[in-house]
Design a protein around this ligand. Structure first.
Ligand code: GDP
Ligand code: MN
Length: 372
């Protein structure tokens, strides 16, 4: 999972990487108070889990606390990269002379971490396409980024100031390995007018599975689309009108696309390969608890999944006053038995291989019920 910029900067600071002084705020007054405490000009930054905020009104310089408050108020009610931020970060503005890019990520082709260093800024992707990509070094995960490796990359990149930069790269590895990260990126590493370095932005993506294995705490997700993981299912609520239960992420996304032609999906829910009676019962209960749903679409495929057992879990919930239409497409092993159980419980089963036909059957039903 990806961390917000202010959380990522806390981890960098704990590893001794210089970050600008600042604090997050969720309203204009607090933003103004933070700006007063910092003194002088500040940057107001939308805390959304997306890049390219600078090009979408998500990074503004405010000359004084009043301007910081106005800027924060405006930023907190308009989308930046498609998401309305719940917080803004108020930081002391930096006198930036040069912008560099420093990062560590996993290269899937090498199967190893790679260390990157090059010119930074908001146009780093464009520059990479034009041949100005950062230099890369593969990193032996057992030895990590040694001072020698860091110094040699800094020398090859002809980046200045050399010693502090090499030191920053070694500390970047410390964060990357200690946090079980997939990516730790600083863009820009600001080289200040006085020659000091400061991490002006930070992106950290954690590897949830690795953290679990290492006994590190899972971080609670936040934001409008919070992902819930509950014993075998992954669930995200969107506030639409069609509840969804699917036996895999691909099937769920295809179903959502087809629903979205005529209605709004209320959620994403995938069970993965471990369908059981209890899991489907909990999935159905979770979907029915979504606000404002007017129908439920179930799309399951029985390869190794015992969908007939899952059907029993749906059937457990159906008699408890489910008032919206429930339509299912269930194919694969034990499909006939699954259909029988679902139909006996009051679910409409569409015996068609086409998800589109099954989605339309539900949406047609929902439209007629509204018309009645
Ligand atoms: P991103 O667009 O989401 O990557 O957001 P960044 O935090 O990287 O900010 C985008 C750009 O805003 C940076 O590349 C800088 O040029 C500029 N910027 C960010 N913070 C400051 C600051 O404190 N002072 C100045 N002068 N520019 C800043
Ligand atoms: Mn950036």
């Amino acid at each position: 999972m990806r961390l917000h910029e202010f959380e990522a900067k806390q981890l960098l600071a704990a590893a001794g990487i210089p970050v600008p002084e600042g604090e997050p705020a969720s309203d204009g007054d607090t933003a103004g108070a933070i700006a007063t405490r910092l003194g002088g000009a500040v940057v107001v930054k939308a805390q959304v889990l997306a890049g390219g905020r600078g090009r979408d009104g998500g990074v503004e310089i405010a000359a004084d606390p009043a301007q910081a408050a106005t800027s924060a108020d405006a930023m907190l009610c308009r989308p930046c990269r498609g998401i309305v931020p719940q917080q803004v970060l108020i930081e002391r503005a930096l006198p930036i002379a040069t912008e560099l890019y420093a990062g560590l990520t996993i290269d899937p082709a090498l199967g190893r971490p790679v260390l990157l260093l090059g010119q930074g800024g908001v146009d780093v992707e464009d520059r990479a396409r034009a041949g100005g990509a950062p230099l890369r070094r593969s990193v032996d995960p057992l030895t990590g980024v040694t001072p020698e490796l860091a110094a040699s990359l800094v020398a090859d990149a002809r980046a200045e100031p050399a010693r502090p930069l090499a030191d920053l790269l070694v500390r970047l590895w410390q964060v990357f390995s200690e946090q079980q990260a997939l990516t730790v990126e600083i863009n820009p590493v600001a080289v200040l007018a006085g020659g000091e370095l400061c991490a002006a932005d930070a992106v950290i993506e954690l590897d949830d599975s690795a953290r679990e294995l290492a006994g590190l705490p899972r971080r609670a997700e936040e934001g409008p689309f919070r992902r819930e993981r509950d014993g075998g299912m992954t669930f995200v609520e969107f506030g639409g009108d069609v509840g969804l239960i699917c036996s895999g992420a691909g099937l769920a996304m295809a179903s959502m696309d087809l629903i979205a032609r005529r209605a709004r999906p209320a959620n994403f829910l995938e069970t993965g390969g471990g369908i059981s009676r209890d899991l489907m019962k909990r999935a159905m209960e979770r979907v029915l608890a979504c606000d404002g749903i007017r129908g439920v679409f179930i799309n399951v495929y029985g390869g190794i999944n015992p969908i007939h057992e899952g059907a029993l879990g749906i059937a457990d919930v159906m008699p408890r006053g489910v008032t919206v239409p429930v339509v299912a497409k269930a194919l694969g092993n034990h499909q006939e038995e699954t259909w029988e159980i679902l139909e006996a419980a009051g679910v409409t089963v569409v015996r068609d291989v086409s998800t589109e036909a099954a989605v339309d059957a539900l949406l047609d039903r929902m439209e007629t019920e509204v018309a009645v």
